[in-house]
Design a protein around this ligand. Sequence first.
Ligand code: ATP
Ligand code: MG
Length: 392
Amino acid sequence: MSAQDRDTRVILPGATLGVLGGGQLGRMFAQTAQAMGYFTAVLDKDETSPAGLVSHHHIRSGYEDPQGLAELARLCAAVTTEFENVPAGSLNRLAESLPVSPAGSAVAIAQDRAAEKAHFVKCSVPCAPYAVIETPGQLAAVNDVLLPGIVKTARMGYDGKGQVRVTTREELNTAWEQLGRVPCVLEKMLPLALECSVIVARGRDGTIVNLPVQRNLHRDGILAVTEVYAGNLPATQVEKAIAAARSVAIGLDYVGVLCVEFFVLTDGMLVVNEIAPRPHNSGHYSQNACDVSQFELQVRCMTNLPLTQPRQHSPSIMLNLLGDLWFKNSSEARSPAWDQVLALPGCALHLYGKHDAKRARKMGHLNITGATPEAVRATALKAAAILGIEPF
Ligand code: ATP
Ligand code: MG
């Protein structure tokens, strides 16, 4: 069979699907694949990884271990990733023997903020003004218009980690030192009115579908609340965000689920922030509010099953459940009052099976659906009050 034939054939339930990474995204992928009748294999060296705990197979190895990768290839009919920092080389290596989506080349771009921004420019999708800082010369040459700004490490940042906000050149110099003089980008600090994201799924045949635009509230650099219903964003931004997300995916010749994050500025301009080559925290509401979830889209993409345009059937709000909530009333971790929360209508609890609650750790999320935006907001605010989440 040619690689082309191999990659385009439909992989039916009964086959084993593999995922690189054992976090919560891998867990929800595995659970969804299993619900559809697939077997699953997770590669993650953590014995107690959320996905490893629920998967038929758990290969306990690092992402670059040749034996682990060979075992994954032997077990699986296709492989995907749930973690954007899986070395692109490992994806490429797997792709020699089985279909892999997304491709190493696309993941490599999403892994590197400088390459990612160059891609946005190539697709004519506006992003924040920025400079790449890899050398003392580039640091010295930074234009003052980028200040105040945010220095972000080009690689390995997440949940606001690897970022320093700077106002002056002195602070910029110190920040680059603090970050270990690794390759960085400096982004101009923009006046944000709101943040939003769009999840697209693209098949190998070029079919592309999207979830509705998600409005996201971040607190301390971590997603806190996602609201998805008609009117959550001005209509012009909705259309622009969907069109931009689609062109970013098409420009990458992307196969799989891709999240594109945006800023809407105070003057109404839409600016792309970054992409994630996988399902995204802001897409979790789709599990309970849409006829196809982002994880089912991931399964359909990697198996060449048809992609139908998802339909959201209920207004929805997602509340992230960070470990902080376990410490609201005591210094020792205590489970929040799930019984009280689940007494509210339309609440679906998703917990990731993480044993230790830690501050800022994503322990789970609560999806809330309702008949109207007003109803879902009222319920979400009640749930937030019970859990000790600040109102929004
Ligand atoms: P994650 O992986 O959780 O999405 P991250 O660590 O990759 O986060 P970013 O998305 O780059 O970080 O930034 C985190 C948050 O910081 C953004 O959601 C936004 O609230 C704020 N932020 C980032 N860049 C800018 C900017 N140029 N201007 C204003 N605010 C910004
Ligand atoms: Mg982000």
